[in-house]
Write a protein that binds this ligand. Structure first.
Ligand code: SF4
Ligand code: SF4
Length: 156
């Protein structure tokens, strides 16, 4: 399944502790900092988002949000999409939704292949499937999907 970001902005709502603006270097151009790694990156506000970037009311109301996040229409968008850090581009919040054989949603899997579930049977199956494997392996996502489907789960 191809991951489709619906631009809900939830993943960036608490990124203010992790993405900072170091300084402005030109109109709409900044040096940003990924706090966890100490890495600096060039951030340029996308041309079609400059107007919303200048509007700071929403940011003031959400001080923990990434400083580059802004609402637009019914969505919340990254205003530096073209130059956002690599970890932002690679992020996928949910890559699998897991349904039981009865059709109930019993778990979700993040892009980092972390299972989010309160279902003990699924948890036990997951631990068996992933025991002793590197979750960052190249075909791991497909392998897990196949194994879950073999146990009767439906994955979307
Ligand atoms: S990656 Fe997921 S949480 Fe983040 S904006 Fe897209 S859909 Fe929302
Ligand atoms: S730079 Fe963009 S994608 Fe990355 S946390 Fe900020 S708003 Fe989200």
């Amino acid at each position: 399944m191809t991951f489709t970001c619906i631009q809900c902005g939830i993943c960036c709502m608490y990124m203010g502790d992790y993405i900072e603006i170091e300084r402005e270097i030109a109109p709409f151009e900044y040096i940003g900092r990924s706090v966890a790694t100490g890495t600096l990156f060039d951030a340029k506000v996308d041309e079609d988002k400059r107007e919303i970037f200048l509007e700071r009311t929403w940011s003031c109301k959400h001080p923990r949000a990434c400083p580059f996040l802004r609402p637009r229409g019914g969505k919340v968008v990254c205003t530096i999409h073209g130059t956002s850090p690599a970890q932002c581009k690679a992020y996928r919040c949910v890559v699998m939704r897991i349904f039981s054989p009865e059709g109930d949603l019993v778990g979700k899997v993040t892009g980092a292949l972390a299972l989010d579930t309160g279902d003990s049977i699924l948890r036990a199956a997951w631990e068996k499937i992933t025991a002793g494997t590197r979750l960052d392996g190249p075909d791991e996502e497909e392998r897990i999907r196949d194994r879950l489907e073999a146990r009767g789960y439906r994955i979307t």
